[in-house]
Design a protein around this ligand. Structure first.
Ligand code: NIG
Ligand code: FE
Length: 413
């Protein structure tokens, strides 16, 4: 067995205790100022103080040594909420929004998500693949080593399955771990405007069974929002998805407080996402139910909305994860470092809380914490070397990348 020893590094990582970090634990990182990481077959054998890690090595001759030159090492970012599979950008719409037109108003007029639906229908599978691959590789260079990608710009069986196939191909052709989420309930297509319940029936009776039988998505998600899907429709869909064995997620209380956070608690969802407008009682219900809050500060930034109440959530013992929401409408960024910066500057999370949110808690948000999200023994050696002394650099150095090297399963990208 060939081993790699990464020496002379300052290690900072959340510690996996078998559950997402909440409350005080969200801000507690293990750190070793003269650290080392021992890797075998892409997995972590030991991480910690250099002298202790050296003691673990049995046959020194077979170990390749890599000098990290004192750089800071953190786990690779896990981005648990993206819409990276899309065919065209929406620059003109962004300009309109900056002049004051509301996001939901653009959708109501048939633009927004619905314009991305037209672009995906018009794109060949190869074009969609090339587009998606480009964005995923950008994210990888910026330090994202695992991510979730949603469908949701198909809105009919054929195009939803096309998107999920593309996500699957990108997953097998890139070094990242990528999980797919079925988001057929992303908007009500024009042809169902007068009878959205009939579209929910189509999702349940036709799309979900095909998704399930092809095994091409791990989660089902819904955009629960004014003018999109109601609480009742969301509940009906997600219960059907759970009955088929899929995990569930909700775009909850992004613009208006419909009670999506409460529904996530009621269903025991894996995560409730956005939560800009979530009410206090429903946040408490999420804590009780152990639902991860996936916060997307780049969306609040791009929509010029008030940020989610991360401090209240942490104080209420809700585990907070961070994600880009990368999509052509409400948040166009592949950068988890940008998201960490916003989380610290505008949601008042500490740099340590934000790092946990962007790694271990985000791994829990997509049920991947058994493999990724922290530098614990037995997990994949997915890590970043930073141009800084500590994870503080990620928030401090704005508009840039502090990621010098990206390693996935012990291999330098
Ligand atoms: O998470 N809210 C719904 N979905 C995305 C936006 C998708 C789009 O505008 O294309 C979001 O913000
Ligand atoms: Fe989203």
């Amino acid at each position: 067995m060939s081993q790699q020893l990464f020496r002379n590094t300052k290690i900072y990582s959340p510690v996996d205790k078998g559950r997402p970090c909440s409350g005080m634990e969200q801000g507690e990182l293990a750190h070793f100022l003269r650290g080392a990481l021992l890797v075998e077959d892409g997995l972590i054998v030991a991480a910690g103080d250099e002298q202790e890690v050296l003691a673990v090595i049995k046959t020194a001759g077979e170990t390749e040594e890599i000098n990290c030159e004192g750089r800071c090492m953190v786990p690779g970012f896990v981005d648990p909420h993206t819409h990276m599979c899309f065919a065209a950008l929406r620059e003109a719409e962004f300009a309109l929004r900056m002049q004051g037109t509301a996001y939901l108003e653009i959708l109501r007029q048939g633009g927004g998500i619905l314009s991305s639906v037209k672009a995906v229908a018009a794109a060949s599978e190869q074009e969609l693949y090339d587009n998606t691959l480009g964005r995923v590789m950008t994210a990888l260079r910026l330090g994202t080593t695992s991510m979730e990608i949603k469908s949701g710009y198909g809105l009919d069986t054929e195009n939803e399955l096309k998107m999920l196939r593309v996500i699957g191909r990108v997953a097998s052709d890139t070094p990242l771990d990528i999980v797919a989420t079925f988001l057929g309930a992303h908007a009500v297509p024009e042809r169902y405007k007068s009878d959205p319940d009939a579209f929910v029936t189509l999702l349940i009776d036709e799309m979900l069974p095909r998704v399930k039988e092809q095994g091409i998505a791990r989660f089902c998600d819904v955009f629960c929002e004014t003018g999109v899907f109601t609480i009742e429709q969301s509940r009906r869909l997600l219960k059907a998805a759970q009955a088929m064995g899929l995990g569930v997620k909700i775009h909850a209380d992004e613009v208006n407080d419909l009670g999506g956070a409460g529904l996530a608690a009621e269903l025991g969802a894996c995560s409730a996402d956005h939560l800009l407008a979530a009410g206090t009682a429903n946040i408490q219900a999420m804590a009780q139910a152990g639902v991860v809050a996936t916060l997307l500060p780049a969306t609040a930034y791009s929509l010029r909305k008030n940020y989610a109440r991360a401090r209240l959530m942490i104080e209420t013992n809700v585990p907070v994860a961070l994600a880009t929401d990368c999509n052509p409408g409400s948040s166009f960024t592949e950068s988890m470092q940008f998201v960490i910066g916003l989380a610290v500057l505008n949601m008042h999370m500490t740099p340590a809380e934000a790092l946990t949110g962007a790694t271990l808690n985000s791994a829990y948000a997509i049920n991947m914490a058994d493999k990724v999200g922290s530098l614990d023994k037995g997990k994949q050696a997915d890590f970043l070397l930073l141009d800084g002394d500590s994870p503080v650099i990620l928030a401090y150095h704005a508009g840039a990348t502090s990621v010098v090297d990206v390693y996935k399963k012990g291999q330098k990208i």
